[in-house]
Design a protein around this ligand. Sequence first.
Ligand SMILES: [Zn+2]
Length: 387
Amino acid sequence: MSDVHDLPEGREIGRVVGDAAGPTLIVVAGIHGNERAGVGAARRVLATLARRQGRVMGELVALAGNLGAMRLGVRYRERDMNRVWTKDRVADLESRARSGGALDAEDREQLELLDAVRAAIARARGPVYLVDLHTTSAHGLPFILFGDTLKQRKFASAIPLPLVIGLEEQVDGVLTAFFTTQGCVTFGVEGGQHDDPGSVDNLEAVVLLGAESAGLFGSGLLTETGAAHALLERRRGDLPRVMEVVSRHAITAADAFVMEPGFMNLARARAGQLLAKSRAGEVRAPKDGMVILPLYQGQGSDGFFWGREVGAARMHLSEALRHMKVDRLLHLLPGVARDPARPSKLVVGERATRLYRLDMFHLLGYRRVRKEAERLTLERQLEHAAE
Ligand SMILES: [Zn+2]
């Protein structure tokens, strides 16, 4: 068995297959090459499950994300591999591969990873889950993010870290979002700072509890899950269990945006509190809420995300509305139309955007909000098929 700190030799880091049929959990580590803690974490869980193979149902397989970048210790070589997973881009990549077209370093990585995930899906003997492991350059609290479907909420709820809803939807081409469209139940996790040994512990606990949540072994059957749970509870401290992104504070270089010091990656803010300064003046908290991923270093177009805690009542309300398929009625609202080509996408005319609160759409899972010309488009992940 390789040391947890060794680089993976090939795409597959390891695999444990139970005798009994059951779910498949695919773990992706190092999709950003400088985030290697996930490799060690995956190896530890593989070792734990290998010792109890008789109790494992289904399969756990761990895959390396960007092998070439991992060897160089860089985030990526040509292109960020967590921004390339749109349906159009994957189709284009596959057609270039078939026709012998030019492929760069990350194209080849992506094709191999795609093949490995598809192979795991093809040999699955039950539902397929996928967890993508990350770490961050700055020290921060570990948290979970996922596309807002009911099944993904349920899967992620087993992890006692803060669950951030509506963040995955802020960017396009994310790996987990793509594999949700391929039928996998997914979440991503930010495990802590890249080189902090504690990040390996955090990610190990997340993968182990993820495997339990997916049903790879009976609930509470492994003694290690108790400690994993306690560790992540401690890491969460007094942060809310569930929070959601309400809005994005977009910036440009011309704004001269400077975040006030002292905010963690997830931090409570009080109404009126000074959050940042920019050329346009002070940015203050509109009400009590959460600052999510404040920008402290480097360039970026996200100053921070504004969010709030989601209580159990609101979680239940949104689940109930979705079970009732209230969603189907949204296009009856004045100014709201359904995209004929994509049933999970709504188009809201400019005037209508002032009529409705985005909040109502968020409740129903429409969290991918984009401005196209004078209109707003709101998209959600389709719910997974019933088992
Ligand atoms: Zn990352």
